[in-house]
Structures are given as structure tokens and as C-alpha cells.
Write a protein that binds this ligand. Structure first.
Ligand code: NI
Length: 179
């Protein structure tokens, strides 16, 4: 089932998401729906708050990208970064902030402790695109959006676009939650 995506200005995107204590049928269904929603919107990552669920859960599939073509879809529940190294700048975009892309500096290599879709604990280290998407999605679970990192100058330039997103007057080819 395709779920509507919440956008800049919606309160659910500004909350700290709730830690999950296990997986059940409802959560399995939510994970499946999140993948379906993400694929339909041509996204490579999606966090539960973006579909209005304030849970510590995100999904990633970067296999459509050249760099990620050998990777499998991944589910991260209750992710926690336990090590970060380096720094790099990459261009980001977000289904919750449609039409805005900009460069953000973040650590280059990250080690994350999380539960997978079966709620098994895992520790893995990622770099490149996966590290980037994971950090962007992790931010959603903290109530942070990538545009928060932009300079005051960039924000001023993007003011009209951000206001349109907040008002819900933007055209996108995926389903948006009602304002
Ligand atoms: Ni995003």
C-alpha cells in the first residue's frame, strides 16, 4: 500500500521517534508499505516519520544507483551510530522537501548498531552512498531535516520554495499527506 508522505512543516517530522521493542505483523506491514512508497516515489531511503509514524525505523535501497547496484534493500530499526570517521560533502535531496537539493557535509564512514527486520542485533560499517543515505534517514528519526544544515544565505534563497512546501502547494508525482 502506498502511504502519503509528510513534508516540511508537518509536526511529525520534528519529533524524536519512538524506540521499538520488537517486530510484529503491523510493523512487518509498515516496512513493506514503506518500501512500496519509497519505490513509487523514486526514493533511495525513507524514514517512518516521513509516512507519519514516529518510530525508530528506516529503510534504504540504493540498488538503482551505479555505486549501489550490488546492494540489497535494508531495514534499520533503532539505529545508533557507534563510530564516525572522516568528512565529505555530497548533494542531498528529500522526499519531504521536494524540489530542493543541496550539499551537506557529513562523516564519510559510519559504524551503526541496529536491529534488522527480524529484530536481530547487528553492527555494520558503511561508507559512500550507503553511509550518506543512512545518516540522512537517521536525522529524520531525530526530527532533523537536511535543509536545517544549509547556510542562512541558502535558506533565504530557498525561502519561497520552502514556504510552498509548508503550504502544500507543490506539485510532485507521489502522494503527499494533506496539510
Ligand atoms: Ni529525507
Amino acid at each position: 500500500m502506498i502511504l502519503p508522505i509528510y513534508t516540511l512543516g508537518d509536526a511529525v517530522l520534528r519529533q524524536k521517534a519512538e524506540t521499538l521493542t520488537g517486530v510484529d505483523k503491523n510493523l512487518d506491514k509498515l516496512i513493506k508499505d514503506m518500501f512500496e512508497t519509497m519505490y513509487q516515489a523514486d526514493g533511495i531511503g525513507l524514514a517512518a516519520p516521513q509516512v507519519g509514524k514516529s518510530y525508530d525505523l528506516l529503510v534504504i535501497d540504493i540498488s538503482v544507483m551505479k555505486e549501489g547496484r550490488d546492494t540489497l534493500p535494508m531495514v534499520f530499526i533503532n539505529p545508533e551510530f557507534i563510530d564516525k570517521q572522516g568528512s565529505c560533502s555530497m548533494e542531498e535531496g528529500c522526499l519531504s522537501v521536494p524540489g530542493i537539493n543541496d550539499f551537506v557535509d557529513r562523516p564519510e564512514i559510519i559504524t551503526v548498531k541496529f536491529r534488522d527486520e527480524k529484530f536481530n542485533e547487528r553492527i555494520e560499517t558503511f561508507d559512500g552512498m550507503l553511509a550518506r543515505v543512512l545518516q540522512h534517514e537517521y536525522d529524520h528519526l531525530q526530527g532533523t531535516l537536511f535543509v536545517d544544515y544549509l547556510s542562512a544565505f541558502r535558506k533565504t534563497l530557498l525561502k519561497n520554495r520552502m514556504r510552498d512546501i509548508q503550504k502544500g502547494t507543490v506539485e510532485v508525482d507521489y502522494l503527499l499527506a494533506e496539510k
